[in-house]
Design a protein around this ligand. Sequence first.
Ligand code: G3P
Ligand code: CA
Length: 302
Amino acid sequence: MKRPLLYLLWMCLLAAASCSPEEERIPAAGYAQQEKPAALPEDRFLTIAHRGASAYLPEHTLPAYALAVEMGADYIELDLRMTKDGRLAVIHDNDLERIGGTRGQVSDKTMDELRNLSPGPAFNEENPELAQTSYEQLSIPELRDVLIRFGTAVNYYIELKAPPEGGGMEEAVIGELERYGITEKSGQHDLPPVILQSFSEKSLVRLHKMRPEIPLIQLYSFKENADLSTEDLKYLQSYASGIGIPAASAHAGFIEKVEGWELDVHVFTVNEEQDILRLIRMGADGVFTDRPDVAGRISSSE
Ligand code: G3P
Ligand code: CA
């Protein structure tokens, strides 16, 4: 009895080990109605205000976004997480300790509970030279608060954080964009009005099937020199308009290789003048930055 069972287990392990990620991938679109990913603007270096102008004001708050717009950012960047009641909270961490100063997870809270938390105290503590007691009145917004406040006057670069496997988050995001009139025709400065990004390949493939006209950015967390195989790049081309990579992993050879596949490269998170300049010269197509004023100044002088 023991031997056949062990044999079966061994065969299962062998089958799992030989299954490459590519084989698990699902086609981004049926061959019959394959839609090419949306094009991003040519020869334009994008300033993406990371969590708003978050070097100067509490991250992911309406004032941080307003300041980014005032500073001329091409995009305001939002991280979204789903709450317990299925709403879209604009917050980076699932753990509430850093931003909310409390124990617990976003995914276990309702949106109303999150609204009672303020990112102000954490910002004041970390930035004593910029601290204001009024920041303690700021709260964690919902996606719709940002869309209502800024409407079609800005461009949005939205990240889906930890989208549930079975879907739901993608539909919720698209639903909110449609509800508040963020359409392909509503962009500012000849740019797509919305770019969606995620570390989740499955989520982006799902989004591409739903709304192929929205540019999608696949995020990677390379620790050092970035690299992607030909298979990866080929698959990326079927659903994404570009990729997002950490600054420490960016190098000219990789950027050139990726752009050869007609994919843009955006780099996070870059705040120092010399680093922004280095990335522009390396051929990057944009940076996520906490200091959109600095990136805007450097890129317009290059
Ligand atoms: O979304 C790109 C960049 O923001 C990823 O880093 O951790 O700040 O969301 P993170
Ligand atoms: Ca992000």
